[in-house]
Design a protein around this ligand. Structure first.
Ligand code: CDP
Length: 231
């Protein structure tokens, strides 16, 4: 069967990674969470004190990019790919609100983007990949056979992210999550390098009112049509 490339972009906390994983599992494709890579670089900046209080110093980070090694390894018990920063599993640490607060400013840096886009394109060389992020359909895989652009209202998205963080035991407030979701959208859509925009040929999906099963079935049908060459 023909292998395709599936690019899923959209606003923060729109559930891109949930559906991306479901689709990748269905077709036995590789799933790559490109946001995890930007988050891991942000964690590195925090760990090395390139961020103090509410400011980050971009030059030491840019000068250190060659020392940052990112790899995804499958967790043998859950079957899910987890990100390793210089050999250490940081899958959990990259999801904190502290990382979320700095990831969008760091993702504006062209040096950071160039490094990550190059790695992402190598991962997609053989197709059979589902990648989610902000610039996947526009920059990383402009030739992807299926491009999706996900949206939902900000309150709904903040509620989902708040629940995720509370469930894992983080102490956060709904208001600060909502603020972060809105602020990241603003930075991601207005940055100069690779802003979040809908690719011309992307299909827009608003999942504010969709349950996970409806969303999965809708996207699965779009993917099946492309794998079968019907579209
Ligand atoms: O929290 P959520 O899952 O929505 O976001 P994420 O996919 O983990 O991405 C975190 C941040 O990384 C985004 O807000 C962007 O600033 C940045 N990012 C990016 O610039 N380009 C990508 N392809 C993926 C993420």
């Amino acid at each position: 069967m023909k292998k395709i490339t599936i690019a899923i972009d959209g606003y923060s906390s729109t559930g891109k990674s949930t559906v991306a994983k479901q689709i990748a599992d269905y077709f036995d494709y590789v799933y790559v969470d490109s946001g995890a890579m930007y988050r891991a670089i942000t964690l590195y900046a925090l760990q090395n004190d390139f961020i103090s209080e509410n400011k980050f110093d971009k030059n030491p980070l840019i000068n250190s990019l060659n020392n940052i090694n990112l790899k995804f390894n499958k967790n043998s018990s859950t079957g899910k790919a987890e990100i390793f920063l210089n050999g250490i599993n940081v899958e959990r640490e990259i999801r904190t609100l502290r990382v979320s607060e700095f990831v969008s400013p760091i993702a504006t840096l062209s040096e950071v983007r160039a490094k990550l886009v190059q790695q992402q394109q190598i991962m997609g060389n053989d197709k059979g990949i589902v990648m989610d992020g902000r610039d996947i359909g526009t920059v990383v895989f402009p030739e992807a056979e299926l491009k999706l652009f996900m949206n939902a209202n900000a309150e709904q998205r903040a509620k989902r992210r708040f629940n995720e963080l509370i469930e894992r035991g983080d102490s956060v407030s709904y208001e600060e999550i909502l603020h972060n979701v809105i602020e990241r959208d603003r930075i991601d859509t207005t940055r100069k390098d690779s802003p979040l925009i809908k690719a011309k040929d992307a299909i827009e999906i608003d999942n504010s009112e969709m349950n996970l099963e409806d969303q999965f079935q809708t996207i699965l049908q779009l993917a099946k049509d492309r794998v079968a060459g019907r579209v």
